[in-house]
Design a protein around this ligand. Structure first.
Ligand code: BTN
Length: 252
């Protein structure tokens, strides 16, 4: 099925919706290899047989209930060291979407880009890149829990759980696309610092002391924010330390 968004600049001018596929990220990368996809195209699936999450985890979702989609991007203005900003805006777009639908929700971003409502995860993002001499393309994969009411994990939530009603998947996707395009526009026009300030304002646990695990050791630290390369900055007993995604886990 093919649809498109009328009121966006470039995002979702072509939307392909599959009832099922292995992973929308992988499918889109295959289309890119055959040059069958353009900047801003969106691929959605009703169900994924091999949905991928961060850190090699899988991403599962009940058939037809949630948004599972990938956005194809070719951002010529973005330096390789700034790719993390796409993670940031993909997360921020998720928070804006939730604020549009559930204004009273306390929506936060758990570093790097899990979208949380009242301490429970509503959306996860997996950004994958193809880099040769330069950045060839990016596939931004987003799983957004919309109409699912029950989850195996007690720490997951959905728009239905938060609002008590079902939501039209296509309208939710359109809202997300508008939000993403706005933040993408800020990056295009060089407003990186503005994007980073907004991200810091929404960061889960920022300014609080919590327990973390790194290299098998647990310790308490205060979350300060992210640095200019997107790494997590913690204040560990008065010493500022920086962590990449695979080096640190949030414990409690
Ligand atoms: C996470 O672990 O939080 C990231 C989850 C990303 C899931 C989405 S669903 C659409 C896209 N296709 C995939 O295989 N994964 C991403």
């Amino acid at each position: 099925m093919h649809k498109n968004f009328a009121n966006t600049r470039f995002l979702g001018k072509s939307i392909t919706s599959l009832p099922e596929c292995h992973s929308t990220n992988d499918f889109m990368a295959q289309l890119a290899a055959k040059q069958q996809v353009s900047h801003g195209d969106i691929l959605t699936a009703g169900f994924q047989t091999k949905g991928k999450g961060q850190r090699g985890n899988s991403w599962t979702s009940e058939k037809g209930k949630n948004l599972l989609f990938s956005i194809f991007l070719k951002p010529p203005f973005l330096k390789i060291e700034d790719i993390f900003l796409l993670n940031i805006i993909a997360g921020l777009a998720g928070t804006q979407l939730i604020n549009d639908i559930v204004p009273e929700a306390q929506c936060q971003l758990k570093w790097p880009n899990d979208v949380y409502v009242k301490g429970n995860k509503i959306s996860g993002i997996l950004i994958e890149t193809s880099i040769s001499k330069q950045l060839d393309f990016v596939v931004a994969g987003i799983g957004f829990n919309v109409n699912q009411s029950h989850f195996a994990l007690p720490t997951a939530t959905s728009l239905k759980i938060e609002t008590g009603k079902d939501h039209d998947l296509f309208s939710v996707l359109e809202k997300y696309a508008h939000a993403f395009e706005n933040y993408y526009g800020l990056l295009e026009s060089g407003e990186k610092n503005r994007v980073l300030r907004t991200y810091h304002d929404k960061m889960y646990w920022r300014g609080e002391v919590h327990t973390y695990r790194s290299h098998g050791e647990e310790f308490e630290a205060e979350l300060i924010g992210i640095n200019e390369t997107g790494n997590l900055v913690l204040n560990c007993a008065g010493i500022s330390k920086q962590f990449r995604t695979k080096e640190i886990e949030f414990v409690s």
